[in-house]
Design a protein around this ligand. Structure first.
Ligand code: SF4
Length: 465
């Protein structure tokens, strides 16, 4: 069998940007380090695929045990077809120098029904592109396809005692749509392969496409020409507008004269140019800080962690429903020895239990940063930044806890967790009895404490100004 050049994922990279495809295949060493948040999101899809297989039970998995064994998947699939197997998971096919793994293939008389599983709640253009490629390869590999369908999660599904996978998934027949795209796929494959045959990477200017549909892995390489700070470091300006302004003005200094920009945008531009933080607390916040200073014993830093499991783990919950699983509190003038910490065992839905525990502390006032749980007793300090009362040059992307940590000079001293998303992934793995569960639990505890100290440090900073 001739070696393939493209796979589904490399084809999609080429759809986003031909230069990305080229660098991925030929200059992989230029790739940026993948943030742990993105790895956490990728790992979610695997579990969903396994559940969806239960819609068509009795199949044999032809999938490779390792990415270097893709071709073995094709050989195994060919053998399974010859053996008369009716349902094949991770079926491998190659045509047009492109290799794909189809999630589920089901025999229907002398034809086949093909299914691709997506872990999202709706279908996007990228999924149609991806399905069109698979349809093209299947057809060109000689598979007589009756239907091609996308399987995704039903956002309205509410779990009963057990998961009903037939209610949990929505199957959408996209045969007609992907059939219409077949000619374009053939042209695109040709274009991508000829790009890869070239000696040099194609010339592609940076643009909004660097983030759509996915953040490109080569931002560090392609964007090094952009002189920092730049308009891209202003979080209050949307992605599309950033590029429009960049095209027009190139340097951030020239943006100072753009009077159509909003006040918050102008403030942030000024901060990025001067490299000096902006502090302008409104009357409302000045009196709130005074209140905290005068009633310190009443105030506590709080951090609540939640996760959003794609598969509803508990009765009466929906896919991706937010569920609190841990919290920690500490007196606002305390230290790590004063921390009270709770991480649920997850056997029952911990969300309401955690909210009740916090509500019962009715003589406490809570201060949080980037709070995701709706509780009256909690004041989210992030609002101060959203209201343009504080902004620091380190906040180049957003106003997250990570950005605030950078602003306050706090480096992540622990191993493993840098954000709530990763903490949620660790918890999900603990519930799945991951072999390093104890380490992951320790990392969650350390993260909770660090978040409390972040709140404390921010309050101190606000009190001094
Ligand atoms: S950073 Fe942008 S231009 Fe560079 S390879 Fe990625 S998508 Fe293409």
């Amino acid at each position: 069998m001739e070696k393939h050049i493209l796979s589904k994922s490399t084809y999609i990279k080429g759809e986003q940007c031909l230069k990305q495809l080229y660098l991925h295949k030929k200059r992989a060493f230029l790739r940026d380090r993948m943030p742990a948040e993105r790895l956490a999101i990728f790992s979610r899809g695997t579990h969903i695929g396994l559940y969806a297989q239960e819609l068509f039970p009795g199949g044999i998995d032809a999938g490779p045990k390792h990415p270097t064994q893709y071709r073995k998947a094709v050989e195994k699939t060919t053998q399974l077809l010859l053996d008369g197997q009716d349902v094949i998971y991770e079926a491998g096919f190659q045509a047009d120098k492109t290799l794909i793994l189809l999630d589920i293939l089901v025999r229907n008389g002398d034809q086949w029904d093909a299914y691709e599983v997506k872990s999202s709640k709706s279908l996007s253009e990228t999924y149609y592109k991806d399905a069109a490629l698979q349809y093209h390869v299947l057809a060109n590999a000689g598979i007589n396809i009756r239907t091609f369908s996308l399987i995704h999660i039903n956002p309205d599904y509410v779990r009963g005692e057990e998961i009903d996978i037939h209610q949990m998934f929505i199957i959408t027949d996209v045969t007609e749509e992907v059939g219409k795209r077949a000619a374009r796929v053939a042209i695109k494959i040709e274009e991508e392969i000829s790009t890869l045959e070239s000696e040099h990477s194609p010339k592609v200017a940076i643009g909004a496409h660097c983030f759509v549909p996915y953040d490109c892995d080569f931002i560090g390489h392609c964007w090094k020409e952009v002189k920092r700070p730049a308009v891209f470091d202003i979080p209050s300006i949307g992605n599309q507008q950033q590029f429009e302004l960049y095209e027009q003005f190139k340097t951030i200094n020239l943006l100072q004269n753009v009077f159509t920009l909003e006040e918050v945008q102008q403030t942030q531009i000024g901060v990025q140019i001067s490299r000096k933080e902006h502090f302008n607390l409104s009357e409302k916040y000045i009196s709130a800080i005074e209140q905290i200073k005068n009633n310190k014993s009443q105030y506590y830093a709080i951090k609540i962690l939640s996760f959003t499991p794609a598969m509803p783990l508990y009765k009466d919950t929906k896919p991706y429903q937010q569920i609190a699983f841990a919290y920690a509190i500490m007196p606002i003038n305390g230290d790590s020895n004063d921390v009270k910490l709770y991480v649920a065992n997850g056997k029952e839905n911990p969300h309401f239990e955690i909210l009740d525990q916090i509500k019962q502390l009715n003589n406490h006032e809570f201060l949080a940063f980037e709070n995701r749980v709706d509780l009256k007793q909690i004041f989210d300090l992030q609002q101060i930044i959203i209201d343009n009362c504080y902004y620091h040059p380190a906040m180049t992307k957003d106003y997250s806890n990570k950005s605030l940590s950078l602003s306050l000079g706090i480096k992540a001293p622990w191993k493993g967790i840098e954000s709530d998303i990763v903490a949620a992934q660790f918890y999900d793995e603990i519930l799945r009895n991951h072999k390093n569960s104890e380490e992951k639990r320790t990392a969650i505890n350390a993260y909770l404490i660090r978040e409390l100290l972040l709140v404390q440090k921010f309050v101190k900073k606000l009190s001094l100004n």
